[in-house]
Write a protein that binds this ligand. Sequence first.
Ligand code: NI
Length: 193
Amino acid sequence: MTIKPIITLPDPVLRQVSKPVERVDDDLRRLLDDMLETMYDAPGIGLAGIQIGVPLRIVTIDVSPHEKDDGEDGAEAKEPKREPLFLINPKIVSLGDEPSIYEEGCLSIPDYYAEVERPASVTVSYLDRDGHEQLLQADGILSTCLQHEIDHLDGKLFIDLLSRLKRDMVIKKFTKLAKQSGKPTGDTRRMVG
Ligand code: NI
């Protein structure tokens, strides 16, 4: 597996609309494995293909390291297990009515975080890495992460959901520091994808 460089703001590639995958084959699975490794290394909990310059509708997600272990009382804290999700051609089927707010970050916008309101629950259809159709209903951080990553496939970034003033400030800052490649710090309250 190969760790790929992550494209950052203000690279216009991030604004491209990604194309649907037509064939789920070994080449695609290798690419998904590279994305997962790149995501874990960053570290982040979600990554879209376009963030490594591949304009295909593919996403990797693993929210497990950011969630507390729900072990029984007295049980020793366990190392978080890796629970990767591979989503090919993910599509939002429905969104819940209730809003929720997470402080979001993005591997393509290093070291910048802001509170974003999105629907608290989402239902997503997708193909898994074997090409089988799946339906996933999610809430909590997984709901936010799914919406954030699917936005990437349409060339949208979470800063688009902020006020114009905030968004312009971020873009200006990253245009100035275009060469910087800082990494977001880990934080259980944050959604970095
Ligand atoms: Ni992102």
